[in-house]
Design a protein around this ligand. Sequence first.
Ligand code: F6P
Length: 559
Amino acid sequence: METKNPTTLPAWQELRDLAEEFHLDLRQAFETDPGRAAALSFEAADLRVDMSKNLVTEPVVAKLLELAEQTGVSEWREAMFGGKHINNTEDRAVLHSALRAPADAAGSLVVDGQDVVRDVHEVLTRIYAFAESVRDGSWKGITGKRIETVVNIGIGGSDLGPAMAYEALRPYVQPGLECRFVSNIDPTDVGEKTKDLDPETTLFIVASKTFTTLETLTNARAARAWLLAGLQRAGAIDGSKDAAAGAVGQHFVAVSTALDKVAAFGINPKNAFGFWNWVGGRYSVDSAVGTALAVAIGRSGFEDFLAGFHALDEHFRTAPATENVPLLMGLLNVWYVNFLGAHTHAVLPYSQYLHRFPAYLQQLTMESNGKRVRRDGTAVDYHTGEVFWGEPGTNGQHAFYQLMHQGTRIVPADFIAFAKPTWDLVDTESGVRQHELFLGNFFAQTRALAFGKTAAEVRAEGTAEDLVAHRTFPGNRPSTSIMAAQLTPRVLGELIALYEMITFVQGVIWGIDSFDQWGVELGKAMAIDLKPAIAGSVAALAATDPSTRGLLQYFFDRK
Ligand code: F6P
């Protein structure tokens, strides 16, 4: 399929014209069109999405939809779901959607000779059996004790997804089981996460798509050393190689596409769960990379999680363009980035359980769409991926919302909230349910952003004239509100898939390959190249630049 420079398309040029004169007063827009909220509110699976507080008019939305047509979003979508090699720089299919296809879809998708859905379900069956054995205590450590702590060792997509989802779904975690996540090569991470654990009841999952990632393999070796030393100290094993192999066999499993490398590490291939090169790391939480989560929430929880992804996929595939939530949200993002000058996008979950969701989305969106050349290698002359960031409400309100309300920048924001609380506490002073106090903030913030407070309203409150400007809120700050009844495994799957598909839409419009990540390679290679200099080689030190030499000298003088 053809890669287009979107700026040459008629819809782009017309959007540019619309943007030049664009002025929308949201108060007025709601006053003059009482149907605005209904017209711009949509359902996607279990999600209710209200886009009406965005800076768009009917003509803008219509033009954005034309842009989607002219860039071929629906053709690219079919190509992705159909297993075409749309990750062209790595010549790979992009099939995270197949990870959540129901078992009865087996045989419907054969890609590069592989019955993708059948293979997915074969691995899922093994993961569920493993998860069940840990949960029911039949999987024993080397001394016969049941596992109490599962430590996932991975980084990037092999960490952020399961770590975020574990935090999000804590109420669904089996009592007596805990998961921890080690990612950073900073020895602090593995040190702190293991310091109070009992090796006899600890199981490590080494998760790495490539099984070559320096951080993960270094941490896996540290964990193995910690395990063996602890077991020896306890007199559970002797120092022999056989004893070590036996202990590793009972306390380490792996998740990878490189099963040969897993075996070389000493992990029994029967305790390895595979996936495939058509699953990008940042799109892998619903593959074997989610094994820690499957252990934590069990088979039925994980099945619900996958069903949520699938429901959203189906919405994206089948909903008409004018009601297609990921399509519309992706187009809104393009409108803000390329026509209204936004540089960032905030994601603000009003749910403490989703506190790692913005971090998860940072990899998903920024590793995908932080690209400066199109698929064909030609340079873009427009902005691509915006910076995604965020914190849970209400914490963010007391930190960075000031800039969102009264700063000079446009910060489109997604607000996420759930009707039902998990902790249904009642405030002892007011007698009000604490969740209602919480959601009051969710509802209030998007109103305040959109409608602001005029100088006349500020004056009418008797504010001193020299403070009126300071206390005025301009409004017209865009937001989308996403609600669901409750944060369940299914709803979490829907939310993740929603952002996966938004990311896809933006990537197609920009004509880039959202599924490679060459930009992470240079720094990795340089870190390896710098090893001799850090170890003190004078020649290697001399070969660096003056700034790096100065920093290394500072390190040598103080280490
Ligand atoms: O460095 C980036 C990256 O390749 C990510 O795309 C990936 O999720 C992460 O590293 C971890 O890779 P792996 O799962 O192969 O260890």
